[in-house]
Design a protein around this ligand. Structure first.
Ligand SMILES: Nc1ncnc2c1ncn2[C@@H]1O[C@H](COP(=O)(O)OP(=O)(O)OP(=O)(O)O)[C@@H](O)[C@H]1O
Length: 259
């Protein structure tokens, strides 16, 4: 068992696609309240690692603990229930649903009435639905887009869609929130606001795993960082340690990858 303040402990994850070893024995330990960065050049294996821990890909090897309990990331809904929520590099919202409804969908992971209650529209279902809508509105306010609750998701700006994805992830009350390139496509002002939001989420006691190409953002925000290159961990530590690591400079920054 891990120390009690470890939220996610992953050891020895390997994943092969045909002849390509996308991940080789990758591990990390994320403690409660940390923002943990996962970086590396294009094709290093970051998304594959995310997909493994969130149940989209089945690893060839690896062990997983969430909140001190072993978990098997076999299916996306199981992982959500276990307590990992994620956003995607390519935003995945329900475009024709309102912002509020998108967050409500996230919240349904934690509801009790279930499908039968929804079909029969039982009193307890209606009560629960009202509570979910209220919580969803709170979360939209929290990420700064409360005034956009009634707008269809597809009509929101890029930055606001990313905020909406974060609100939806928070709606599941996750032990860990995994953000896949949240700053991708954002302008400088949006990035500053995003950084503020992530700091706020951490300040409220949440734990965050972040894939991000923007090195400045990662180094300024993260408590610890893992650097992957060709599917292998080449460095792990504080931003200062990682930044001065010769292998990182050569493999990652030296490659000129989005520095
Ligand atoms: N489903 C798949 N089938 C085959 N190969 C894959 C698959 N998914 C990823 N790969 C390969 O695995 C390697 C790691 O890719 P991955 O997307 O995890 O890298 P990444 O670090 O997230 O890259 P980027 O920064 O460009 O998003 C790449 O060589 C990629 O082509």
């Amino acid at each position: 068992m891990s120390k009690s303040n470890t939220v996610l402990k992953v050891s020895g994850v390997s994943k092969r696609f045909g002849g390509l070893q996308a991940l080789s024995q990758v591990g990390m330990e994320i403690e409660a309240g940390q923002v943990y960065g996962l970086i590396g050049p294009n094709g290093a294996g970051k998304t594959t690692f995310f997909n493994v821990i969130t149940g989209l890909y089945t690893p060839d090897e690896g062990s997983f603990e969430l909140g001190g309990e072993p978990y098997r990331p076999q299916a996306v809904h199981q992982v959500a229930r276990a307590g990992i929520a994620r956003t995607f590099q390519n935003i995945r919202l329900f475009g024709e649903m309102t912002a509020l409804e998108n967050v409500m969908v996230g919240r349904h992971v934690r509801t009790r009435s279930g499908l039968l209650g929804a079909v029969l529209r039982t009193a307890s279902f209606k009560q629960e639905e009202a509570a979910i809508a209220e919580r969803a509105q709170e979360l939209l306010d929290y990420v700064g887009i409360g005034q956009l609750a009634a707008y269809k998701a597809r009509t929101l700006s890029y930055g606001d869609q990313r905020r909406l994805e974060i609100a939806r992830a928070l709606a599941t009350d996750p032990k860990l929130i995994a953000l896949d390139e949240p700053a991708a496509g954002m302008n400088a002002t949006e990035k500053v606001a995003l950084r503020g939001l992530i700091e706020r989420i951490r300040g409220d006691g949440r734990t965050i795993l972040l894939i991000e190409h923007d090195v400045k953002l990662v180094m300024g925000l993260c408590d610890r960082v893992t650097v992957l290159d060709y599917g292998k961990t080449i460095a792990q530590g504080t931003p200062a340690q990682v930044q001065s690591d010769a292998k990182v400079i050569e493999a990652y920054l030296g490659a000129g990858a989005h520095a």
